[in-house]
Design a protein around this ligand. Structure first.
Ligand code: SF4
Length: 183
């Protein structure tokens, strides 16, 4: 069976989902018998080199660069998977969604208790090279069609492994109730 091609990306996430992926530990050796990695932080490949079978997305979209990356993944990956709560529903970064963007920026850069005073007036960064921050944080499925969702913050390594094996081999993924029960 030819190896499946996998790409991964972290958008507005903390890389915890990627860390959980690595927690499959020695099964990584089994994985590389089944798949090859294309664009991913795992191999530091910045651009796609070919069409991919599976795209794994960590994090939602908080800026225009995230949106561009996600659309690019949708175009390049046959199957796109939202990995973790940030990708599925915005997660922790989306706590700002209840506060107007300008108030968030003012608190972060002008008036917040951790903003350093000094001779130079504080400014909200506005360099044109910086990604443009969106009005709110968007879960991935509000930007592009997502095919599968792996719950958890982060999803457990066993769940990531089982999902990958199911996707690569075409088997049905059976999720026990404990997958969704976090207490
Ligand atoms: Fe980090 Fe949790 Fe978001 Fe994954 S779901 S990127 S672990 S905060």
């Amino acid at each position: 069976m030819p190896k499946k091609i996998i790409a991964t990306a972290s958008l507005a996430g903390c890389f915890g989902c990627h860390m959980s992926f690595l927690d499959i530990d020695e099964r990584l050796l089994d994985l590389i018998e089944l798949v090859e990695f294309d664009k991913s932080p795992f191999n530091d490949l910045k651009e796609f080199s070919r069409a991919c079978d599976i795209g794994l997305i960590e994090g939602g979209c908080c800026n225009d660069e995230n949106v561009h990356t996600l659309i690019n993944f949708r175009q390049r990956c046959r199957v796109l998977v939202a990995v973790g709560e940030c990708a599925i529903m915005g997660g922790l970064p989306s706590l700002r969604n209840v506060i107007p963007l300008q108030e968030c920026l003012a608190e972060a850069y002008l008036h917040g208790p951790t903003v350093a005073g000094g001779a130079t007036p504080n400014v909200i960064p506005h360099d044109p090279d910086l990604p443009k921050i969106l009005d709110r944080v968007y879960p991935c499925h509000e930007i592009v069609k997502m095919d599968y969702f792996l719950p958890g913050c982060p999803p457990r390594a066993d769940l990531i492994w089982d999902a990958l094996v199911a996707l690569v081999t075409g088997q049905e993924l059976k999720w026990p109730y404990a997958t969704f029960k976090f207490d």
